[in-house]
Design a protein around this ligand. Structure first.
Ligand code: SME
Length: 164
């Protein structure tokens, strides 16, 4: 198992993701514990891209009601529970689709866990056609995420969807 992520800082964003994918596969190989794997994924992505905040929220049933509950993350402390349809995360869950937000102040109902966050991307983790978690990434810069992030973060969530 690889225990160190090595990426040349001079690469483009796409090249960094390309270099990261096989290292992530190696890191997750032979392990199917969802907490361990999502913890390592957030740590690896934080290390390579220095995201302001990156973390998973898992769909959990509490007293018969489903909501997103905070899972492994890297960055400042964050909101713990998010209802379906609320904020960017709850909307990505409800609509079952990735959402790129260039300016969080312009997203109706955006949940500001941290006032420094300016842009965001949320990718649903889908298992058997059902959203079981979301991956949320926040940036202190406006419009910091694009289709390249969406493409690779989608692939990364695909690696763990069967384990949730
Ligand atoms: N901004 C998110 C809430 C989660 S935090 O950013 C960590 C949202 O609107 O769903």
């Amino acid at each position: 198992m690889a225990e160190e992520i090595i990426i040349n800082k001079k690469l483009t964003k796409r090249e960094k993701y390309e270099a990261l994918m096989p290292q992530l596969l190696s890191l997750l190989e032979g392990e199917n514990d969802i907490i361990a794997n999502t913890a390592n994924i957030t740590a690896a992505l934080k290390e390579v891209f220095d995201f302001f905040w990156i973390g998973f929220y898992f769909v959990r049933s509490t007293g018969g009601k489903e909501e997103l509950v905070l899972g492994p993350f890297q960055g400042p402390v964050a909101c713990v529970r998010i209802p379906k349809g609320k904020g960017v995360c709850g909307t990505a869950w409800d609509k079952k689709q990735s959402i790129i937000v260039e300016d969080v102040d312009k997203f109706p109902g955006h949940i500001a866990c941290n006032s420094l966050s300016r842009s965001e991307i949320v990718i649903p983790v889908i298992k058997d056609n059902i959203v079981v978690a979301v991956l949320d990434v926040d940036s202190e810069k406006l419009a910091d995420f694009d289709v390249v992030d969406e493409e690779y973060l989608n692939r990364i969530t695909g690696l763990i969807s069967s384990m949730v």
